[in-house]
Design a protein around this ligand. Structure first.
Ligand SMILES: NC(=O)c1ccc[n+]([C@@H]2O[C@H](COP(=O)([O-])OP(=O)(O)OC[C@H]3O[C@@H](n4cnc5c(N)ncnc54)[C@H](OP(=O)(O)O)[C@@H]3O)[C@@H](O)[C@H]2O)c1
Length: 233
């Protein structure tokens, strides 16, 4: 983990097809794919949520999947739900703004005041982190210092995954492999937005565990960082 500044330990967890996709096609909810997870794997997902202090997904996942991000299927405390949403423009009727668990919406300083007020009226806490766009390293510091988040789980989507990896903010990756191929050139995959120029820029992982959970293969990796928390070239 980076020792540049305090931040939570971060696990990225995702359901993924054999061809590395997170959903059937662009704009479609991943809940369709998730229906094909083994019951044991659904329990794994929810028990992992219960082990973490906070869970974060991107604002587009909220728009498309309308996720609840709660702990179901197992006993346990619901993690704080964290959504980076620079302009406070997620729909006010989003499930994540319901009162099932504590919710933090991270916005940029120039987010419209009326939108911020409307989100607060729905019961969510609003954190300002960044000027024009949510500054993820800054947000990590706020979660750790002000919210006591020691362990954060990130459940996608691909754009948020990329920005977290790009800032060297991910420590572990856990993948639930679904035995399907969906294809599609622009179908969201585990990491979107990444375009590397050379092999030196590849993000290195170290496989630490693999096992069957019901009928699903699960793989667990550490992200390999060097001194100062940067990905090892
Ligand atoms: N299979 C799975 O496990 C799984 C899990 C989750 C999602 N999904 C799928 O993924 C798809 C959605 O993924 P997506 O890639 O479109 O969206 P996303 O990753 O859910 O959301 C995009 C996020 O990136 C933020 N962002 C953009 N640029 C940034 C920057 N420079 N710094 C910090 N944050 C930045 C945006 O926030 P702003 O509001 O601030 O712009 C937003 O929070 C859906 O189809 C969903 O079903 C699948």
């Amino acid at each position: 983990m980076s020792d540049d500044y305090p931040r939570p330990h971060v696990l990225m967890m995702s359901e993924i097809t054999v061809d590395g996709k997170l959903t059937l096609k662009r704009g479609v909810s991943s809940k369709i794919l998730m229906k094909y997870m083994a019951p044991e794997t659904e329990v794994l997902l929810h028990s992992t949520r219960a082990e973490y202090d906070a869970i974060m997904v991107g604002s587009n996942t909220i728009r498309i999947d309308n996720s609840f991000l709660t702990v179901r299927l197992v006993e346990g405390k619901g993690p704080i739900r964290v959504i980076p949403n620079s302009h406070a423009d997620i729909p006010l009727e989003s499930n994540v703004l319901g009162d099932d668990a504590r919710t933090v919406i991270a916005v940029a300083r120039d987010a419209p005041a009326d939108r911020v007020a409307a989100i607060r009226n729905r019961g969510a806490e609003v954190v300002v982190a960044g000027e024009h766009r949510v500054d993820l390293p800054l947000l990590m510091g706020v979660l750790k210092e002000d919210y006591g988040v020691d362990r954060l789980m990130v459940e996608g989507g691909p754009t948020l995954n990329w920005h977290m990896l790009h800032h060297s903010l991910v420590d572990e990756i856990r993948l639930i492999h679904l035995p399907f191929i969906v294809g599609g050139e622009d179908t969201p995959s585990l990491v979107g937005g990444m375009q590397i120029g050379s092999e030196e820029e590849m993000i290195r992982l170290s496989l630490k565990r693999h096992y069957m959970c019901g009928s699903n293969l699960v793989t667990e990796y550490d992200v390999v960082y060097g001194d100062g928390g940067h990905v090892v070239p």
